[in-house]
Design a protein around this ligand. Sequence first.
Ligand code: RIB
Length: 289
Amino acid sequence: MIYNLGSINADYFYKVPRLPVPGETLAATSMSCGLGGKGANQSVAMARAGVEVRHIGAVGGDGQWLVDQMAKAGVDTRHIHPSRYPTAHAIVMVDSDGENQIVIFPGANQDQNPETINNALSAAQPGDWLLLQNETSHQKETARIAAEKGMVVAYSAAPFDADTVAALLPYLRLLIMNEIEAGQLAKALGAELLHLPVANVLVTKGTRGVDWHDTRLMQTVSIPAFPVTAVDTTGAGDTFTGYAIAGLSSGLSPQSALRRAAAAAAISVTRAGTADAIPTSREVEAFLA
Ligand code: RIB
């Protein structure tokens, strides 16, 4: 079982000819809205990859439609707490190359409920996984409870903050960052990636694939990305992370899990949207075949 303490956002997409510069007003050519948030996207990716995932999160009174979409995708939503704050949302601008710029209003994501978290994890067994990202409150407390229970704790460190990563490191088995963030973390801690006190570090490098660092074996394995023409890169990292955790938690080797994850991310960038763009495992198998 995978538990995911994660954000739930309403994503408002604005298609723009190019990303605006400071002080500029720009007209969007289209607009749409869908389920998003790094946490929800990763839960949907894990469910579509075929593993059982229980999402721990919070939405306001205006967020039931997002919870319904998560449930429809196969995510267990029983531990989503009703917050007195409004549901979080994101303003996502996507340019003609599929690149984006995102502003988040955190709302209910910062109002996680300790009782809900404790209730959720009371059923967890040693060997179950806990996944976290940096868009909610209560990450450190939740990671500590999970580590004490013998769970495998994985942290997808986005949006990146070196101090938050440092605070979580004692509880982590797997840390996921992009290569810029990995450089920032190595600098902040004064340690090379292979010397970080965490068993595995996964570094995503966009179109150049990913590196899997095993700090116990002092080994690095590189997995290439699949070349595709991007329509919208929003949520590709979440698709990758969800599929990677699904594969690793099911006992796949890092090579196999990450190759599937790279295929899922490649499919997602050929589609518009975030959670809506995440492929099913059948689509991933067909792509790999
Ligand atoms: O990673 C993409 C996600 O970042 C979007 O869904 C948006 O809500 C923000 O959380």
